[in-house]
Write a new protein. Sequence first.
Length: 406
Amino acid sequence: MSDAAPSWRAARRLAWRVGGLAPTTARIVELADADGLMLARAVRALVDLPTADASAMDGWAVAGGGPWAIGATIRIGSAPGAPLRPGRARAITTGGAVPPGTTAIVRQEHATILDGPRGLLAMRDGRPVPERGADLRRRGEELGAGTLLAEAGRRVHPALIALAAAAGVDTVEVTAAADVDVVVTGDEVIDRGVPQPGRVRDAFGPALPSLLRRLGAGDVRARRGADEADRLAEAIATTSAQLIVTTGGTAAGRSDHVQRAVRSGGGELVVAGVAMRPGHPVLFGRTGAGVPILGLPGNPLAAFACLLSFAPPLLEGMAGVPMSEPAPSADAGVTRDARRTLLRPVRLVDGVPELTGRDGSAMLMGLAGSDGFVVVPPDGVPLLLPMPGADGAAQPVSLVASSLSA
Ligand SMILES: Nc1nc2c(c(=O)[nH]1)N[C@H]1C(S)=C(S)[C@@H](COP(=O)(O)OP(=O)(O)OC[C@H]3O[C@@H](n4cnc5c(N)ncnc54)[C@H](O)[C@@H]3O)O[C@H]1N2
Ligand code: MOO
């Protein structure tokens, strides 16, 4: 690692900026089609909620103290209508808009009608008249028109769809997911079947497309690229994707053909090496055609650590949304390293991250049983990079490590 290598945190910001140089276009979709997509523009309420002072119960809108003379029933869905005069009551159902002057709602089961259906309403069994405002929802008490419902960069989910619909929204502007080309290098790597001693079965071709899609990419295609800079440069130059991810061939002084392929095609490397372990040879920049390119190291654990670290900020930069920050985490007992950020696969046990073990850079056992990586920087708060799709990855993360007290 050269001394000039940026920190993990600085490299993430650089990745976001590189993405921002190659923006994808946003599009407008119907709310019902927006689940799982990322907002390109904030969503705001178009109306107060509730839209009018309304009843929270089935019963009677009343004005003043009882007994009350019963007026016409309020139909659900009708506008608030003429003021209710003191001493009057009108039947109403939950959610109905109350007339101005309503002081409270009397629940149906708490009242009784004297003198027939058009007679007088009175409290039942000596119950007191409900306090002013009882069971009334005030216009705008949940939110006012213009309230921010979700910022740009938030992923749409069903509850947010429901809220936006309630607030009068029909369509939302979402980011266009970037199409990604995954180029797998390595002459020793085979695509199918059982690897003979010395050969290596490709772990990335079958795994990275779905991982990238879970991180917000659009179409992802994996293909093989040669362990040779010229042919790799050609593969890079002819892509129709908006983002290129390569695997292998990053280590300088070894078969560093990814660096050479980017440079020979007129591209630039913004980062070639990051102060992190594993994954220090990771690189990213832009091809001669301006397409962002992320070069992952060949060691499998390192490749996953780098993909989860840098693909999200690249995709967020391309989408024109703010960079997301991983959640704080306990350190899982990892001893800080003053010179580099450490990433280790952890399993969440009751929200507490525990090291999985078998987490050598060339290994996959620890990663496959993990819920993500704990990220321990030289200083500052440790973070958790969740593994999309892992069982425990959605658990709340405890900031208290059981291992700290041990
Ligand atoms: N002299 C040095 N050697 C190495 C350094 C270094 O700084 N100086 N860094 C080491 C580190 S750390 C890593 S990580 C790797 C990075 O290597 P490359 O990105 O150049 O990747 P390769 O050499 O092509 O492969 C490394 C390793 O990964 C296996 N591999 C590659 N592709 C796949 C795949 N699709 N599926 C499964 N496994 C794959 C490959 O067989 C190698 O074993 O370099 C270290 N060396
Ligand atoms: O970075 Mo290498 O990624 O330590 O194995």
